[in-house]
Design a protein around this ligand. Structure first.
Ligand code: GLA
Length: 374
């Protein structure tokens, strides 16, 4: 294992009831090789409190994230596969960087400047998460970056003109930072040489009790969203913006995820919808707060984005092979994907996702981890 920065700070953390010495810093090692021989690296980021995040260059996937509970005990709170072969074999976007366009585009078609573009339909009749080989399946160039209060990686990828049917060469740079305040930030930017839609996001599945601890139905969730975008039964927005009040979708006050889940009419039953984050004055909007009662772990999401997809792991079915021999069951993890609204490329009343040459796409999201006050 190679230490990339000479940050020899030793942080003493309570792990499993005993003191474990973790060295703050960033290290790199080979994670595996793809069929074409391309090497995939794994980066381990450790902050001053011993919080550890592992990221691989394949798909920008966060494979592990160990954060403390109310007693300082670390647990890995993200779902994932146990090796590269399992990730390549197929998985439901565990921990992955999503693009060019996160979420769905109806029928895989959109029109820009009078020209119709056709994309892969990889989710029933629709296009999902950038297509067959989205940003979750490409190898990113990863460069560790020195930052004052934490550890950071810059992930970059140049998506060729026409890739997955999208116009323009898109140069993407995403900085993942693990701060010494136990925050994980994602700072995305992109530039294009032709007008094109862009909607980047992160698809980590969280279970704040630990990735192998069962369902997330007892987690409490607050979403700073009075409204949501209702969809048809293929999860394409109807174009309306409806209030959550009086529906099972209301998380305006902290509510157990499982409380109203069975009232949802969907197959499979569960949450898989885009919330319209209440506009606030500050640039970095509060989107969500999640609390897990037993461990006391909390997660607060802020973002520059207007929407957040809350997905309660409805499609997990106990067959997906995961870390430490875990077979993830339905509701085994949740995703909070900060984003522009689904199908924005076709929905003219939604905030636009179109990037023009000369302009820079930008989005910033923070997941801050803490513990609930006793
Ligand atoms: C997103 C979608 C879900 C599902 C998951 C992956 O969250 O909205 O419908 O496709 O990704 O399984």
């Amino acid at each position: 294992m190679k230490s990339l920065f000479g940050l020899c700070v030793f942080a003493s953390v309570m792990a499993g009831g005993a003191f474990a010495a973790e060295k703050a810093g960033t290290t790199k090692k080979e994670y595996g090789k793809l069929a074409d021989g391309k090497v995939v690296d794994e980066y381990t980021l450790v902050n001053a409190n011993g919080v550890t995040m592992k990221v691989i260059s394949y798909g920008g996937i966060i494979t592990e994230l160990h954060v403390p509970d109310k007693d300082g005990k670390l647990a890995d709170i993200v779902l994932g596969c146990s090796n590269l072969a399992e990730y390549v074999e197929g998985h439901p976007y565990f921990g992955a960087l999503i693009g060019r366009v996160g979420n769905r585009i109806a029928k895989g078609k959109f029109t820009l400047d009078g020209k119709e573009y056709t994309l892969a339909t990889n989710n029933g009749p629709n296009h999902l998460h950038g297509g067959k080989v989205g940003f979750d399946k490409v190898v990113w160039k990863v460069t560790p970056k020195e930052v004052p209060h934490g550890q950071a990686l810059v992930l970059s990828y140049s998506s060729p003109d026409g890739e997955e049917g999208y116009p323009g060469k898109l140069d993407v740079e995403v900085t993942y930072t693990l701060t010494d305040k136990n925050e994980v930030t994602f700072d995305y930017s992109a530039k294009t040489d032709k007008t094109t839609p862009v909607n980047l996001t992160q698809h980590s599945y969280f279970n704040l009790a630990g990735h192998k601890s069962g369902t997330i139905l007892e987690h409490n969730l607050m979403l700073a969203a009075d409204n949501y975008t209702p969809t048809d039964d293929t999860l394409i927005p109807t174009g309306k913006i409806d209030p959550v009040k009086g529906t099972p979708f209301d998380f305006t006050t902290s509510t157990q995820i499982g409380k109203h889940i069975k009232e949802i009419k969907a197959d499979p039953v569960g949450y898989d919808l885009n919330y319209v984050i209440n506009p606030q004055r500050s640039k970095n909007w509060l989107a969500a707060v999640v609390t897990e009662p037993k461990s006391g772990r909390t997660m607060t999401v802020t973002t520059t984005e207007p929407g957040i997809q809350f997905y309660s792991g409805n499609f997990l079915d106990g067959k997906q092979k995961g870390k430490e021999g875990t077979l993830y069951k339905q509701y085994g993890g949740f995703c909070l994907e900060t984003q522009h609204y689904p199908d924005s490329a076709n929905q003219k009343t939604f905030p636009a996702t179109i990037l023009k040459p000369g302009d820079t796409y930008h989005q910033l999201t923070t997941y801050a981890f803490g513990v609930a006050a006793k």
